[in-house]
Design a protein around this ligand. Structure first.
Ligand code: FAD
Length: 389
């Protein structure tokens, strides 16, 4: 690592948010370094369920998610690789009247924000997806959902970043950042990186990054569990969200992927010690049973692999994007609900803003402003509220 060069910008964290921001900054002419403590897109960005959906996006993020989905569709053009994008209809399924009522309210909010979602009867849902049992009582339908393979994106980003001249430091954790003169000294185990600007893109570890500047920024961690089955004959033609329980899709190779929430914790650094093996098995069993009760043809499939991944939330369930409070030339991006869907667009918007270009959609919004989080209560109370949001 060169200790003499001062980069125009250093991006810390190589998930979707950091990789996309770095890519477009480099394409805009900035000399850019990306520092990632592991490998690119090995955390949330490479472990997620890959659903491209308007169904569980926050209403305020719907316009961004719709553009993000288009970017995944065109990944071969801007990223240089197809990442397995498939356009399918999306179905939200409610298993009881109370869930159905919540689904109606959320569907209205998302439709008002521009998503082409509508409430349909359970019978209509079965016409769209004949594999559905008679268990759901109500459904929501979105014709423009789909999926992509999140495990493919790390290699695609690496190739594109290198081709566009980004200096890539994988396997180097940033230990701290010190503002000096017109820039920053970024301390890593392998030496110091210097840059004029910084972008913090640390996913569930954003609170640790904010703490480098003495800021107390509550970030809450949702531990999600993904489970994949063996290859099955074609069963599903839609991506499904069983409201309040799980997401479900079948890839072109026949495997079905079930995504669920395992639990919520207030400090991601304790995630490993808090992931209890019994809980993993219980959650998996419950998810498989619900999936099979909604799609009976899945009951014959064996689950072959299960894993966890950590997803960042803020106490008010909005993303954090904007200047780091009180620190000139430092920016932060993350904690975005449905971040796989919207991620490539959000990173591009941030890059455009830093390059002094008018972003295609506003991104430094009051609702996303990092400053709003300072002093906001995290902990158990925020956690309990989010668990039901
Ligand atoms: C299991 C799971 C399923 C999901 N399913 C979906 C879905 O179906 N659809 C959807 O739209 N979204 C989904 N999401 C959400 C989506 O994956 C995330 O919103 C998105 O990937 C977040 O990207 P990120 O770049 O902010 O964070 P991350 O991908 O977590 O990247 C942060 C990076 O920062 C690095 N880092 C942290 N600290 C340091 C340090 N000190 N020095 C250097 N590097 C550091 C980490 O190693 C990591 O690579 C899911 C998430 C999970 C976990």
């Amino acid at each position: 690592m060169s200790e003499t060069e001062t980069f125009d910008v250093a991006v810390i964290g190589g998930g979707i948010m950091g990789c996309t921001t770095a890519l477009w900054l480099a394409r805009g002419g900035m000399r850019c370094v990306l520092v990632e403590r592991g490998g690119l897109c090995m955390e949330a960005s490479g472990r997620n369920a890959g659903t491209l959906t308007m169904m569980f996006t926050r209403a305020a993020l719907v316009p961004y998610a719709m553009r993000g989905r288009e970017l995944w569709q065109d990944a071969a053009d801007w990223l240089g690789r197809d990442v397995g994008f498939r356009s399918t209809p999306g179905l939200g399924l409610a298993l009881n009247e109370a869930d159905g009522e919540r689904m109606r309210v959320e569907t209205d909010e998302r439709r008002d924000a521009g998503a082409p979602i509508e409430i349909i009867g359970a019978n209509r849902a079965r016409e769209i997806e004949p594999a559905i049992s008679d268990r759901p009582v109500l459904a929501a339908h979105c014709p423009i959902d789909g999926y992509a393979y999140s495990y493919r994106i790390g290699a695609a980003y690496r190739r594109a970043l290198v081709a566009d001249g980004v200096a890539l430091f994988e396997g180097h954790a940033v230990e701290g950042i010190e503002p000096v003169g017109q820039g920053f000294n970024i301390a890593t185990g392998a030496g110091c990186v210097k840059a004029r600007r910084i972008v913090l893109a640390g996913g569930v570890w954003l609170d640790k990054m904010a703490a480098w500047f003495g800021l107390d920024m509550p970030i809450i961690c949702r531990v999600n569990q993904g489970t994949i089955t063996e290859r099955l004959p074609p069963i599903l033609r839609t991506v499904i969200e069983v409201f309040g329980h799980l997401s479900l899709k079948q890839a072109t190779n026949g495997t079905a992927l079930i995504g669920t929430v395992l639990h919520w914790i207030d400090d991601a650094s304790r995630a490993a010690e808090q992931i209890d093996q019994d809980r993993l098995v219980d959650n998996l069993t419950q998810a498989v049973n619900i999936a099979a009760s909604v799609i009976p043809a899945l009951a014959v499939g064996r689950a072959v692999r299960t894993w966890t991944g950590l997803e960042a939330y803020t106490p008010d369930n909005q993303p954090v994007i904007g200047p780091v409070p009180g620190v000139a030339d430092a920016y932060i991006i993350g904690a975005m609900r449905s971040g796989f869907t919207a991620g490539p667009f959000m990173g591009r918007l941030l890059a455009d803003t830093l390059l002094g270009r008018a972003p295609e959609m506003p991104i430094f919004e009051a609702a996303f402003d990092p400053a709003r989080l300072l002093g906001m209560e995290g902990g158990e109370e925020a956690l309990a509220k989010l668990a039901f949001a």
